[in-house]
Design a protein around this ligand. Structure first.
Ligand code: ZN
Length: 286
């Protein structure tokens, strides 16, 4: 049974009015805008939905499930940078069509988690340490503005939803699902950006968060829980008090902790698709 999840409906102008934006690591929430070609009536309907947060249930699609599985395996280091994500093997393992596989891989490519080259297929990206430092420093700049705006825009209801997101993250970590925990940890930051209502910040952060998750999974030092859910709970507590200055400070400390626990030198070796998905029915090699 799926639990209700929040959906953020944003005005079409927020996202430029000509894109339909869909993001959810659970596979359960969507952020939608109205296409330019949409009729005035459709646009009006969408505007009618413009509340800060709405609780609805969205079914998980095959694409979304595969996206989550592959991303979790990458973040869990069952699939390391450099490994080839073969369409036929993924199609075989997950018993889905190659069209579904291609769509999931394309989305991972948009998130800069995999690289797709003609005739070579998709491989897991290996961000080098310099690129990793660049991404982390830009994130710190952006997240200061995000947390300030999100704190000002937060309502009791939206903070409750944020807290539930952190509880989901904590539960995955307790189940020792490190990849899913890391993915949900990234969700927390994207939700903050959505809450800020600033589409430009949201766009930048959505681009940076999956790459940061990949960097964390690649370069984390052993025995550390990165981007910890406890720190996320602490951030929500500060937001509840509406203290923008402290919210900026606690976010900065949080991101500093992440950087402190990375060793931007080590590189890991590629893995095997069948070994990475051994828990999935059909993953036994014929
Ligand atoms: Zn975090």
């Amino acid at each position: 049974m799926t639990s209700p999840c929040d959906v953020l409906h944003a005005p079409s102008s927020l996202f430029g009015g000509n894109i339909v934006y869909n993001y959810c690591s659970h596979g359960r929430f969507q952020i939608s805008t109205v296409a330019k070609s949409a009729s005035k009536a459709q646009a009006g309907e969408a505007r009618g939905l413009l509340t800060p947060l709405r609780i609805v249930d969205v079914p998980v699609t095959q694409d979304q499930r595969l996206y989550n599985e592959v991303l979790d395996a990458i973040l869990d280091r069952r699939l390391n940078p450099g490994v080839k994500l073969k369409e036929d093997e993924l199609s075989d393992i997950f018993a889905v069509s190659r069209t579904v596989v291609r769509r999931a891989l394309l989305r991972l490519s948009h998130d800069r988690i995999v690289d797709i080259q003609p005739n070579r297929g998709a491989t897991v990206i290996r961000p080098d340490p310099d690129k990793a430092r660049e991404i982390l420093s830009v994130r710190r700049l952006i997240e200061g503005a995000v947390i300030a705006e999100a704190t000002q825009a937060a309502t009791a209801e939206s903070l409750k939803v944020l807290e539930r997101c952190v509880e989901d993250e904590r539960d995955e970590v307790r189940r020792q699902h490190a990849g899913a925990g890391l993915r949900l940890s990234g969700d927390f930051h994207i939700r903050l950006a959505a809450l800020s209502g600033n589409a430009t910040l949201m766009g930048y952060l959505k681009e940076l968060v999956p790459q940061t998750s990949l960097i964390i999974s690649m370069y984390q030092t052993p025995h550390h829980t990165l981007c910890s859910h406890q720190e996320h709970f602490d951030i929500v507590e500060v937001m509840k008090r509406g203290d923008v200055k402290e919210a900026r400070a606690i976010m900065d400390r949080h991101l500093q902790h992440i950087e402190d626990k990375l060793d931007l030198v080590d590189e890991r070796i590629p893995g095997d698709l069948y070994a990475a998905f051994a828990h999935v029915k059909g993953a036994e090699k014929a």
